[in-house]
Design a protein around this ligand. Structure first.
Ligand code: ADP
Length: 406
């Protein structure tokens, strides 16, 4: 029996998202989420997607830790005949947020790799420890199975030094590993490739600006399939205005807040990461709610929207200049895929750059990848639903298949 299934795990500090995929065709067999791990109100939501498997199932008993969470997931999968002990399972693919400079590719996990991911914890203090816990838990469950790490930063490791370095003292930067790493790389890689496919071209022949606009948001400039610049930096705080993050600000704002407002480092960290962006500007970070308020004449919501769009436009212009020639701009993630007014505002007035939307196509709702530009526009505007789990599964399966072939 050939092993063609891949379990994808995205482990957070108190949650685990998972998907089981069959790589013969890429069909999803089951998806689910365990949340509030370690709390009384833990919840597991499991949805089998096989023909006659029935609908969504929910468990609400407390789940103490990641080991208990994965055990519960394994039980749910087994109940659908998809047990993790099945010989059909080829590998487990883990999302790992920070791979530093070392991990430029998906990597089979061993103790040495785990130690390196651990060494990178200071660069991703919230994410890497949770990812490591997820990996150790999965290893305990299936010690014989290849486990693969797919890094959020890997796609951006092709950035030239001119884009990756900050203009600060080189020795200080190198000593403390301070440089621009970028995040959401799995999504940017997937969307850039799917955009080329949508245009009927080879990814190597296409230059794309990818706008990943979710609650977190980042832009990337992709030249012939390789990332040459991205908006997130040392941490995911840099760049676009996000749901709760400020994106770019003058770094002196932090010294000013320390000196004048007496705020601590932690206070400022929370301010810029959790209480800024759209939520800081208008009290809401959900673009649907912001649009409702704008339609009702709310000026604060309008200003928040305008600031969000202004920054987005600046990045489109900047990446246009970085790439020299742009074939497509691709919108993805929750806002990018669903918020037609954001897409419209972001490219309006950019006709001189070859950008023109077909407002009818832009307003249409669809789950598929599609073009929303006018046929005569020089630069295509695409809406491409991202699929990080499928990308992680593909990269994981490609690596273990390659290794199996020797
Ligand atoms: P995350 O960064 O958490 O993965 P997502 O990519 O799921 O985020 O995006 C979540 C955001 O997408 C929400 O906060 C909301 O602003 C936006 N969003 C989701 N659906 C819609 C919609 N139909 N219209 C406008 N915005 C939407």
């Amino acid at each position: 029996m050939t092993a063609t299934r891949v379990l994808v795990l995205n482990s957070g500090s108190s949650s685990v998202k998972y998907q089981l995929l069959d790589m013969r065709g890429g069909a999803r067999l089951a998806v689910g989420l365990v949340e509030r791990i370690g709390e009384e109100t833990s919840r597991l939501v499991h949805t089998p997607l096989l023909g006659d498997a029935g609908g969504k199932r929910e468990r609400t008993a407390p789940i103490a830790d990641h080991a208990a969470a994965l055990k519960a997931v394994a039980e749910e999968l087994a109940a659908d005949g998809l047990g993790l002990d099945s010989p059909r399972l080829a590998a487990i693919g883990h999302r790992v947020v920070h791979g530093g400079l070392r991990f430029t590719e998906p990597t089979v996990i061993d103790e040495e790799v785990l130690a390196e991911v651990e060494r990178l914890v200071p660069l991703a203090p919230l994410h890497n420890p949770a990812n490591i816990t997820g990996i150790r838990t999965a290893q305990a469950l299936r010690p014989d199975l290849p486990q693969v790490a797919v890094f959020d930063t890997a796609f951006h490791t092709t950035m030239p030094e001119s884009a990756a370095r900050y203009a600060i003292d080189t020795e200080t930067a190198d000593r403390h590993l301070i440089r621009r790493y970028g995040f959401h790389g799995t999504s940017h890689a997937y969307v850039a490739r799917e955009t080329a496919r949508l245009l009927g071209k080879d990814p190597e022949d296409v230059n794309v600006i990818v706008l990943h606009l979710g609650n977190g948001a980042s832009a990337s400039a992709v030249a012939g399939g390789r990332c040459v610049d991205t908006s997130m930096g040392l941490t995911p705080l840099e760049g676009l205005v996000m749901g709760t993050r400020s994106g770019d600000i003058d770094p002196a704002v932090t010294f000013h807040l320390m000196r004048v407002a007496g705020m601590s480092t932690d206070d400022i960290d929370v301010l810029l990461n959790k209480k800024s962006g759209l939520v800081g500007l208008c009290g809401d970070n959900d673009m649907r709610e912001i649009r409702r308020r704008i339609d009702a004449g709310d000026e604060r919501a309008q200003l928040a929207f305008d600031i969000y769009i202004h920054r987005l436009k600046k990045y489109i212009g900047a990446y246009y200049a970085v790439l020299g020639r742009v074939d497509a701009i691709a919108f993805t993630a929750g806002v990018g895929e669903n918020a037609a007014p954001v897409r419209e505002a972001a490219v309006s007035g950019l006709e001189e750059l070859g950008l023109a939307l077909d407002s009818g196509l832009n307003a249409e709702r669809s789950d598929g990848a599609r073009l929303v530009s006018t046929p005569y526009a020089r630069v295509a505007v695409a809406v491409v639903p991202t699929d990080e789990e499928l990308e992680i599964a593909r990269q994981t399966f490609a690596l273990v298949s390659e290794n199996a072939l020797g």
